[in-house]
Design a protein around this ligand. Structure first.
Ligand code: NAG
Ligand code: NAG
Ligand code: NAG
Ligand code: NAG
Length: 479
């Protein structure tokens, strides 16, 4: 925990006495979900941020209710919806009963741009940001399959530069190098040595600050994150200005940034100011970088622990490699054949979800399971409320990709949700799949690997990370 937090805790304690004296007067009114608001001001934020996130939810499901409980985190009263029914309720009431909401820390980091006058009303109010992106078409399979060649050649380059000829490497920092290089190519059209890719530390600071207490005090996670965000924004603005010049000279470019710079936002019909484009691009880069690197890192860890699983992946990937001419890069169709590899990846995402869950806001008073969730309350759902439930995933802490095979009991809807669901299903899902499977293909066809430290401590907070960066020993296949 941050030392400054302790100092502020004591002043919070004084307030809490006053609060407790009046607490009994607040108990009438609508029947709220069971649960605890914790400390005044901080609520249960410290437990939420610095404990195991799946334990936070599962402990409270046991203690209060397995369907919905209340808490106070990140400065807000929150109803946490649990189980497949909770997921279904949220995913199917998008823009009817619930709307997108992001923690204050995330809002402050990701948005510097405030429109001077209110933005014109959307020409079509049904356009969510996600829909707009899908419409732009960048995350559609057709667009991604055009990008496939670049993903594979980047992966090959990356292997040559950082893995081949090495006997020992750190997986986590290297996966971040790979995913940030790709994200800057795909989103910004930059090569891997450009200024943006040199900001990996800044991106890490921003990711760490997305869920944090937004007090800008030197030394805190949020302070570091704000500094990182400012540096990224500055670099992005220079990229945007250059991009404008390049486009003005008539050059064609296929990245998302070029499109944003050249075209009006389909949701509002207006051109986007540079500062707003910078915010949007920073959001996409942050989302597409650390989460994918985390998935790759734990894939490497779990596969290292299970040589039998490694062998099956290798058999699948070798088949695909044999079907290619020398020098031919992977194609979209090859990715579709990586069924076993994808099932293994799916199990990684269940056990160590790169994103724990997301928030919504109640648009109106909501009645759920006999409780009232008042308008304006925040709503939270998590991957693990179902993903770690032994009813659906027997022996949930065991890594077992056979769960997804035919012949195993079918998983009920809304139980496996690492990418969310409904209209807000993660728009980057396909992108992540291509990037991860291409990496795995290149990896198993070159090496076996083993963990240097099988007992390495895993830090389990909002983003699960190996404490030493996951050192592995590499054994190249004999040529
Ligand atoms: C928006 O969605 C609602 C309900 O789904 C529909 O009735 C309405 O026609 C849509 N409006 C537009 C402008 O597409
Ligand atoms: C990856 O590593 C290369 C070589 O060390 C470096 O030039 C590049 O900036 C790094 N990229 C990222 C995204 O970290
Ligand atoms: C903030 O950044 C400084 C300097 O890079 C670092 O020493 C410190 O550990 C960081 N603090 C947190 C809480 O991340
Ligand atoms: C992978 O999982 C799917 C279900 O998601 C299942 O139908 C299939 O049999 C599995 N394939 C392999 C090779 O394990």
């Amino acid at each position: 925990m941050e030392p400054l937090l302790l100092v502020s805790l004591s002043s919070v304690l004084a307030t809490s006495l006053i609060f407790l004296l009046f607490k009994h007067k607040l108990s009438s009114g609508p029947k709220l979900p069971p649960g605890s608001f914790g400390w005044p001001v901080l609520g249960e934020t410290v437990e939420f941020l610095f404990g195991k996130p799946d334990k936070f939810v599962r402990d409270r499901m046991r203690k209060y209710s397995s369907t919905v409980f209340k808490t106070k985190i990140l400065g807000e009263k929150v109803a946490v919806f649990c189980g497949p029914a909770g997921n279904k309720f949220i995913f199917s009431n998008e823009q009817k009963l619930v709307t997108e909401w992001r923690p204050h820390s995330m809002q402050k980091l990701m948005r510097s741009y405030e429109a001077k006058s209110p933005p014109p009303p959307p020409t079509n109010p049904n356009e969510s940001k996600t829909k707009v992106l899908r419409q732009l078409g960048f995350l559609k399979p057709e667009a991604l399959s055009r990008f496939m060649e670049q993903i594979d050649s980047t992966a090959q380059q990356h292997m040559k530069l950082h893995w081949e000829g090495q006997s020992k490497v750190l997986v986590f920092p290297l996966s971040k190098n790979y995913t940030l290089s790709l994200a800057s190519k795909f989103f910004l059209g930059l090569d891997e040595h450009d200024r943006i890719t040199r900001l990996a530390n800044e991106f890490d600071d921003v990711s760490a600050g997305l869920h944090s207490i937004p007090w800008k005090i030197p030394g805190t996670i949020f302070y570091n994150a704000s500094r990182g965000a400012a540096a990224i924004r500055k670099a992005l603005l220079s990229v945007i200005r250059e991009k404008k010049e390049v486009l003005a000279s008539g050059a064609k470019s296929l990245d998302i940034l070029s499109f944003r710079v050249a075209a009006a936002d389909p949701a509002t019909g207006r051109m986007m100011p540079e500062a707003e484009i910078a915010d949007k691009m920073m959001g996409m880069l942050t989302a597409g970088y650390n989460t994918v690197a985390s998935a790759i890192t734990f894939l490497m860890k779990f596969v290292a622990e299970r040589p039998d699983i490694y062998d099956k992946i290798l058999a699948e990937q070798l088949e695909i490699k044999k079907s290619k001419k020398p020098g031919e890069t992977l194609a979209w169709e090859d990715i579709q054949k990586m069924k076993y590899s994808w099932n293994v990846t799916s199990e990684v995402l269940r056990l160590t979800p790169p994103l724990q869950g997301t928030f919504r806001e109640a648009m109106t008073d909501i009645t759920y399971e006999g409780y009232t969730i008042p308008k304006g309350w925040k709503i939270y759902w998590t991957v693990s409320s179902t993903g770690k439930d032994p009813t659906y995933f027997p022996d949930p802490e065991t890594f077992d990709p056979t769960r997804y095979e035919e012949g195993s009991p079918a998983l009920p809807s809304y139980t496996y949700v690492p990418f969310g669901g409904g209209p807000r299903l993660c728009p980057g899902k396909e992108y992540a799949r291509l990037v991860i499977l291409t990496f795995l293909h290149n990896m198993v066809n070159r090496f076996r690997w083993e963990l240097v430290d099988p007992k390495e401590k895993i830090i389990e907070d909002m983003m699960t990370t190996p404490s030493k960066g996951l050192p592995v020993r590499l054994f190249p296949h004999s040529a």
